[in-house]
Design a binder for this molecule. Structure first.
Ligand code: UTP
Length: 298
């Protein structure tokens, strides 16, 4: 019997410098893909996977994330008075239940590993899911749910991976693949942002993890790694000496909303997947692409 994963950690304390000036006073996790903040997609995915406790590691200027996951009585009573039942139902559906959220602060953005370490007392001595909300997915079964299915079989630590162009590996954490099928193979090594010639594969770590609580002991050493930041990959590499890691090559498509191109592409993909707007939006896109050569020449 593996220990159940009840808690998910969402590190949202980064500065979001790639989205300045939008992120000067607003967290990048509140940028919207169509009409939902990016963080909402990650929370929905966690809920679908059975998560009951949502832990947010926030920082300065991030208070609006806490407000987003709270009730807004004035808004709700106005919607009720105006008979906007559907909007009201959707707002209530998105909301975690009372007592299911916890917030802590990372006082300085010292790196992802440090942000996760800040959640240690809220997580306690239990396995937990870690979701980087920048990464969102279109997948028939949510990516964390796919990982939970693998976890039921293997226990230990699970990392979601996907393939990229071998020349692009130097922007990511990369795993070395051992025995086993796509939906659950042994990970035999990992490295943060290698040069293409040093990379053990082209399988990138895609922002979703299930980790055992012993990771906190390793993170407490606060070793500074790539980019001068405390990296989760370094702590996981040390945990590999003690525990098993399984890779899940998930089915679905990822969008890195921490980059401009990923964010814009996500907006197009999710809009085209929305029955209420897809047809009109597609017509606009067609017109734009037909006009494109003329405007480039002009
Ligand atoms: P990123 O490195 O993509 O986020 O971290 P960033 O630093 O905010 O973005 P840029 O590069 O300046 O534009 C991935 C995730 O880890 C969180 C971020 O909020 C993001 O969700 N993070 C990163 C922290 O919580 N604390 C940190 O110190 C670093």
């Amino acid at each position: 019997m593996v220990r159940r994963v009840r808690t998910a950690v969402f590190p949202v304390a980064g500065l979001g410098t790639r989205f300045l000036p939008a992120t000067k006073a607003m967290p990048k996790e509140m940028l919207t893909v169509v009409d939902r903040p990016v963080i909402q997609y990650a929370v929905d995915e966690a809920r679908e996977a059975g998560i009951e406790h949502f832990v947010f590691v926030t920082g300065r200027n991030k208070g609006v994330i806490e407000d987003h996951f709270d009730r807004q009585f004035e808004l709700e009573s106005t919607l009720e008075a105006r008979g906007k039942t559907k909007a009201l139902e959707e707002l209530r559906r998105d909301l975690p239940r009372a007592g299911q959220t916890s917030f802590t602060r990372q006082q300085e953005p010292l790196g992802l590993g440090h942000a996760v370490w800040c959640a240690r007392d809220l997580v306690g001595r239990e396995p937990f899911a870690l979701l980087l909300p920048d990464m969102i997915f279109q997948a028939k079964t949510g990516v964390l749910k796919q990982m939970m299915d693998a976890y039921e079989e293997t226990g230990g630590n699970i990392i979601a991976v996907e393939e990229v162009d071998p020349q692009a590996v130097s922007s990511y954490g990369i795993v070395a693949r051992g025995e086993g099928p796509d939906h659950g193979f042994s990970i035999t090594g990992m490295v943060e942002k290698p040069k293409p010639e040093d990379a053990p594969s082209n399988l990138i770590i895609s922002g979703r993890y299930i980790l055992q609580p012993e990771i906190f002991m390793l993170l407490s050493e606060q070793t500074v790694g790539a980019g001068g930041e405390i990296q989760i990959t370094d702590a996981m590499r040390h945990l590999m000496d003690l525990q098993h890691f399984t890779g899940v090559k998930y089915s679905g498509r990822s969008f890195d909303c921490g980059s401009k191109i990923g964010f814009l592409t996500a907006n197009v993909a999710f809009a085209l997947d929305r029955p209420d707007i897809s047809e009109d939006f597609m017509a606009e896109l067609r017109t734009m692409t037909e006009e494109l050569p003329i405007s480039i020449e002009a």
